[in-house]
Design a protein around this ligand. Structure first.
Ligand SMILES: Nc1ncnc2c1ncn2[C@@H]1O[C@H](COP(=O)(O)OP(=O)(O)O)[C@@H](O)[C@H]1O
Ligand SMILES: [Mg+2]
Length: 262
Protein backbone atom coordinates (compact mmCIF):
# COMPACT_ATOMS: atom_id res chain seq x y z
CA UNK A 1 0.00 0.00 0.00
CA UNK A 2 1.26 3.48 -0.84
CA UNK A 3 2.25 5.75 2.02
CA UNK A 4 -0.07 8.73 2.17
CA UNK A 5 2.19 10.57 4.59
CA UNK A 6 5.97 10.44 4.21
CA UNK A 7 8.16 12.36 6.59
CA UNK A 8 11.70 11.75 5.42
CA UNK A 9 14.74 12.66 7.45
CA UNK A 10 13.29 15.90 8.77
CA UNK A 11 15.66 18.08 10.77
CA UNK A 12 14.62 21.41 12.22
CA UNK A 13 15.91 24.00 14.66
CA UNK A 14 14.10 27.09 15.99
CA UNK A 15 16.08 30.27 15.91
CA UNK A 16 15.98 31.72 19.42
CA UNK A 17 17.75 34.61 21.10
CA UNK A 18 19.97 32.08 22.85
CA UNK A 19 20.88 30.51 19.48
CA UNK A 20 19.47 27.63 17.46
CA UNK A 21 17.30 25.13 19.35
CA UNK A 22 17.44 21.77 17.50
CA UNK A 23 13.97 20.21 17.74
CA UNK A 24 13.82 17.45 15.12
CA UNK A 25 16.78 15.32 14.09
CA UNK A 26 16.34 13.22 10.96
CA UNK A 27 12.79 12.26 11.89
CA UNK A 28 11.23 9.65 9.61
CA UNK A 29 7.58 8.55 9.74
CA UNK A 30 5.53 6.77 7.07
CA UNK A 31 1.78 6.31 7.28
CA UNK A 32 -0.01 4.14 4.69
CA UNK A 33 -3.33 5.40 3.30
CA UNK A 34 -6.19 4.80 5.72
CA UNK A 35 -3.92 4.07 8.68
CA UNK A 36 -3.82 5.74 12.04
CA UNK A 37 -0.38 6.73 13.36
CA UNK A 38 -0.13 7.53 17.05
CA UNK A 39 2.91 9.56 18.09
CA UNK A 40 4.15 9.57 21.67
CA UNK A 41 7.25 11.16 23.16
CA UNK A 42 8.46 13.23 26.10
CA UNK A 43 7.04 16.68 26.69
CA UNK A 44 8.83 19.32 24.64
CA UNK A 45 10.46 16.81 22.27
CA UNK A 46 8.99 18.34 19.09
CA UNK A 47 5.59 16.68 18.57
CA UNK A 48 3.61 19.87 17.90
CA UNK A 49 6.40 21.02 15.60
CA UNK A 50 5.89 17.81 13.64
CA UNK A 51 2.15 18.56 13.18
CA UNK A 52 2.97 22.04 11.81
CA UNK A 53 5.35 20.53 9.28
CA UNK A 54 2.78 17.97 8.06
CA UNK A 55 0.13 20.68 7.69
CA UNK A 56 2.59 22.77 5.67
CA UNK A 57 2.51 25.61 8.20
CA UNK A 58 6.32 25.43 8.51
CA UNK A 59 9.17 24.28 6.32
CA UNK A 60 11.87 22.03 7.77
CA UNK A 61 15.55 23.01 7.58
CA UNK A 62 16.33 19.63 6.04
CA UNK A 63 14.35 16.64 4.85
CA UNK A 64 11.02 16.36 3.12
CA UNK A 65 7.34 16.00 3.91
CA UNK A 66 5.13 14.32 1.29
CA UNK A 67 1.36 13.94 1.26
CA UNK A 68 -0.33 11.88 -1.43
CA UNK A 69 2.78 11.89 -3.59
CA UNK A 70 3.16 15.67 -3.44
CA UNK A 71 5.86 17.51 -1.59
CA UNK A 72 4.42 19.80 1.10
CA UNK A 73 5.79 23.33 0.97
CA UNK A 74 2.67 25.43 1.65
CA UNK A 75 -0.46 25.03 3.86
CA UNK A 76 -2.80 22.29 2.69
CA UNK A 77 -6.56 22.42 2.34
CA UNK A 78 -6.69 18.64 2.38
CA UNK A 79 -5.53 18.48 5.98
CA UNK A 80 -7.96 18.60 8.91
CA UNK A 81 -6.68 19.61 12.33
CA UNK A 82 -7.89 19.19 15.90
CA UNK A 83 -6.19 20.48 19.03
CA UNK A 84 -6.41 20.08 22.81
CA UNK A 85 -8.27 23.39 23.00
CA UNK A 86 -11.11 23.05 20.47
CA UNK A 87 -11.01 26.77 19.46
CA UNK A 88 -14.67 26.97 18.46
CA UNK A 89 -16.06 30.41 17.62
CA UNK A 90 -18.41 31.58 20.36
CA UNK A 91 -20.44 33.85 18.06
CA UNK A 92 -21.39 30.87 15.89
CA UNK A 93 -23.66 27.98 16.80
CA UNK A 94 -22.23 24.45 16.92
CA UNK A 95 -23.68 23.78 13.47
CA UNK A 96 -22.18 26.99 12.08
CA UNK A 97 -18.82 26.10 13.58
CA UNK A 98 -18.84 22.65 11.98
CA UNK A 99 -19.81 24.10 8.60
CA UNK A 100 -16.98 26.67 8.62
CA UNK A 101 -14.35 24.60 6.72
CA UNK A 102 -16.89 23.93 3.94
CA UNK A 103 -17.42 27.69 3.52
CA UNK A 104 -13.68 27.97 2.93
CA UNK A 105 -12.84 24.91 0.81
CA UNK A 106 -16.23 24.39 -0.93
CA UNK A 107 -17.62 27.91 -1.53
CA UNK A 108 -19.95 26.68 -4.30
CA UNK A 109 -21.52 23.90 -2.23
CA UNK A 110 -25.21 24.67 -1.59
CA UNK A 111 -25.93 25.64 2.03
CA UNK A 112 -28.47 22.84 2.43
CA UNK A 113 -25.82 20.27 1.47
CA UNK A 114 -23.39 21.80 3.95
CA UNK A 115 -26.02 21.60 6.67
CA UNK A 116 -26.86 17.99 5.76
CA UNK A 117 -23.19 16.99 5.88
CA UNK A 118 -22.61 18.71 9.23
CA UNK A 119 -25.81 17.30 10.75
CA UNK A 120 -24.85 13.80 9.66
CA UNK A 121 -21.54 14.09 11.52
CA UNK A 122 -23.09 15.72 14.59
CA UNK A 123 -25.57 12.84 14.73
CA UNK A 124 -22.73 10.30 14.48
CA UNK A 125 -20.88 11.77 17.45
CA UNK A 126 -24.01 12.06 19.58
CA UNK A 127 -24.57 15.82 19.30
CA UNK A 128 -27.92 15.78 17.54
CA UNK A 129 -30.13 18.34 19.27
CA UNK A 130 -27.15 20.54 20.24
CA UNK A 131 -26.54 22.04 16.81
CA UNK A 132 -28.18 25.34 17.75
CA UNK A 133 -26.18 25.81 20.99
CA UNK A 134 -23.17 28.05 21.47
CA UNK A 135 -19.81 26.42 22.34
CA UNK A 136 -19.95 27.74 25.94
CA UNK A 137 -23.24 25.87 26.48
CA UNK A 138 -21.54 22.50 25.90
CA UNK A 139 -19.29 20.39 28.14
CA UNK A 140 -15.59 19.99 27.30
CA UNK A 141 -16.20 16.53 25.85
CA UNK A 142 -19.06 17.79 23.69
CA UNK A 143 -16.96 20.69 22.42
CA UNK A 144 -14.23 18.26 21.45
CA UNK A 145 -16.80 16.12 19.60
CA UNK A 146 -17.91 19.20 17.67
CA UNK A 147 -14.29 20.05 16.96
CA UNK A 148 -13.71 16.55 15.50
CA UNK A 149 -16.75 17.02 13.24
CA UNK A 150 -15.34 20.33 12.07
CA UNK A 151 -11.94 18.73 11.40
CA UNK A 152 -13.39 16.10 9.04
CA UNK A 153 -16.46 17.87 7.59
CA UNK A 154 -14.63 18.65 4.33
CA UNK A 155 -13.34 15.05 4.02
CA UNK A 156 -9.65 15.87 4.39
CA UNK A 157 -7.11 13.29 3.20
CA UNK A 158 -5.28 13.64 6.47
CA UNK A 159 -6.47 14.35 9.98
CA UNK A 160 -3.86 15.70 12.36
CA UNK A 161 -4.70 15.77 16.04
CA UNK A 162 -2.45 17.33 18.65
CA UNK A 163 -3.44 15.91 22.05
CA UNK A 164 -7.16 16.38 21.27
CA UNK A 165 -8.35 14.49 24.36
CA UNK A 166 -5.65 15.73 26.75
CA UNK A 167 -7.89 18.10 28.71
CA UNK A 168 -10.74 15.61 29.27
CA UNK A 169 -11.37 13.37 32.27
CA UNK A 170 -10.64 9.65 31.84
CA UNK A 171 -14.17 8.41 31.20
CA UNK A 172 -14.97 11.18 28.74
CA UNK A 173 -11.69 10.47 27.01
CA UNK A 174 -12.54 6.78 26.64
CA UNK A 175 -15.94 7.70 25.19
CA UNK A 176 -14.19 9.92 22.66
CA UNK A 177 -11.79 7.11 21.71
CA UNK A 178 -14.79 4.97 20.82
CA UNK A 179 -16.37 7.82 18.86
CA UNK A 180 -13.10 8.22 16.98
CA UNK A 181 -13.02 4.49 16.20
CA UNK A 182 -16.60 4.62 14.87
CA UNK A 183 -16.00 7.79 12.83
CA UNK A 184 -13.03 6.19 11.24
CA UNK A 185 -14.97 3.04 10.33
CA UNK A 186 -17.69 5.20 8.73
CA UNK A 187 -15.38 7.68 6.96
CA UNK A 188 -11.90 6.31 6.38
CA UNK A 189 -9.11 8.87 6.72
CA UNK A 190 -5.40 8.79 7.38
CA UNK A 191 -4.55 10.18 10.79
CA UNK A 192 -1.67 11.36 12.90
CA UNK A 193 -2.56 11.52 16.57
CA UNK A 194 -0.17 13.12 19.03
CA UNK A 195 -0.86 11.90 22.53
CA UNK A 196 0.59 11.60 26.04
CA UNK A 197 -1.67 8.68 26.78
CA UNK A 198 -0.12 5.29 25.96
CA UNK A 199 -3.49 3.50 26.28
CA UNK A 200 -4.94 5.95 23.76
CA UNK A 201 -2.07 5.24 21.37
CA UNK A 202 -2.72 1.49 21.55
CA UNK A 203 -6.50 1.81 21.36
CA UNK A 204 -6.53 4.09 18.31
CA UNK A 205 -3.21 3.45 16.57
CA UNK A 206 -2.27 1.03 13.81
CA UNK A 207 1.31 2.01 14.51
CA UNK A 208 2.76 3.84 17.49
CA UNK A 209 5.83 6.01 16.84
CA UNK A 210 7.90 6.70 19.92
CA UNK A 211 9.97 9.86 19.59
CA UNK A 212 13.22 10.34 21.47
CA UNK A 213 13.88 13.32 23.70
CA UNK A 214 14.66 16.63 21.91
CA UNK A 215 15.85 16.82 19.21
CA UNK A 216 13.34 14.14 18.28
CA UNK A 217 14.06 11.21 16.06
CA UNK A 218 12.01 8.04 15.64
CA UNK A 219 13.20 5.88 18.50
CA UNK A 220 10.86 2.96 17.95
CA UNK A 221 7.86 1.93 15.85
CA UNK A 222 5.34 -0.47 17.35
CA UNK A 223 2.83 -2.22 15.09
CA UNK A 224 -0.46 -2.52 16.95
CA UNK A 225 -1.62 -5.97 15.99
CA UNK A 226 -5.18 -5.73 17.36
CA UNK A 227 -8.55 -5.89 15.54
CA UNK A 228 -9.77 -2.64 13.93
CA UNK A 229 -13.06 -2.84 15.82
CA UNK A 230 -11.28 -3.16 19.16
CA UNK A 231 -13.21 -2.50 22.36
CA UNK A 232 -11.90 -1.00 25.59
CA UNK A 233 -11.68 -4.54 27.02
CA UNK A 234 -8.82 -5.23 24.61
CA UNK A 235 -6.66 -2.86 26.65
CA UNK A 236 -6.86 -5.19 29.63
CA UNK A 237 -5.79 -8.27 27.70
CA UNK A 238 -2.21 -9.61 27.74
CA UNK A 239 -1.33 -8.55 24.18
CA UNK A 240 -2.19 -4.90 24.81
CA UNK A 241 -0.61 -4.99 28.26
CA UNK A 242 2.62 -6.19 26.73
CA UNK A 243 2.56 -3.34 24.21
CA UNK A 244 1.88 -0.84 27.00
CA UNK A 245 4.89 -2.15 28.94
CA UNK A 246 7.06 -1.86 25.86
CA UNK A 247 5.90 1.71 25.27
CA UNK A 248 6.40 2.63 28.92
CA UNK A 249 10.00 1.37 28.74
CA UNK A 250 10.56 3.28 25.51
CA UNK A 251 9.28 6.51 27.06
CA UNK A 252 11.60 6.00 30.00
CA UNK A 253 14.51 5.61 27.57
CA UNK A 254 13.36 8.72 25.68
CA UNK A 255 13.33 10.65 28.94
CA UNK A 256 16.89 9.55 29.57
CA UNK A 257 15.86 7.49 32.57
CA UNK A 258 16.56 4.00 31.34
CA UNK A 259 16.14 1.47 34.19
CA UNK A 260 14.93 4.08 36.70
CA UNK A 261 12.18 3.52 39.26
CA UNK A 262 8.54 3.46 38.06
N1 LIG B 1 8.10 29.03 17.61
C1 LIG B 1 9.04 28.56 18.45
N2 LIG B 1 10.20 29.26 18.66
C2 LIG B 1 11.15 28.79 19.49
N3 LIG B 1 11.05 27.62 20.18
C3 LIG B 1 9.93 26.89 20.02
C4 LIG B 1 8.86 27.32 19.15
N4 LIG B 1 7.88 26.40 19.20
C5 LIG B 1 8.31 25.44 20.04
N5 LIG B 1 9.53 25.73 20.53
C6 LIG B 1 10.33 24.90 21.44
O1 LIG B 1 10.65 23.70 20.72
C7 LIG B 1 10.57 22.56 21.55
C8 LIG B 1 9.59 21.57 20.98
O2 LIG B 1 8.30 22.16 21.02
P1 LIG B 1 6.97 21.36 20.64
O3 LIG B 1 7.08 20.89 19.23
O4 LIG B 1 5.82 22.23 20.99
O5 LIG B 1 7.08 20.10 21.64
P2 LIG B 1 5.95 19.06 22.15
O6 LIG B 1 4.71 19.31 21.36
O7 LIG B 1 6.55 17.71 21.92
O8 LIG B 1 5.77 19.30 23.62
C9 LIG B 1 10.19 23.07 22.94
O9 LIG B 1 11.39 23.21 23.69
C10 LIG B 1 9.58 24.43 22.67
O10 LIG B 1 9.78 25.30 23.75
MG1 LIG C 1 2.80 19.86 21.93
Amino acid sequence: MANLIEIKGVTHAYRTKAGPLPVLDGLTISVPEGEFAAVVGPSGCGKSTLTRLVAGLMKPDQGEVWLHGERVTTPRKTVGMAFQNPVLLEWRTILENVILPLEIVAPSMPQKDRVARAMHLLDMVGLKGFEGKRPSELSGGMRQRASLCRAIVHKPDVLIMDEPFGALDNFTREDLWQTMRDLRAAEPFTAVLITHDLRESVFLGDQVFVLSGRPARTQMVLAVDLPADRTLDVLYQPKAQEMLHTLRDQIRIAQGRDGGAH
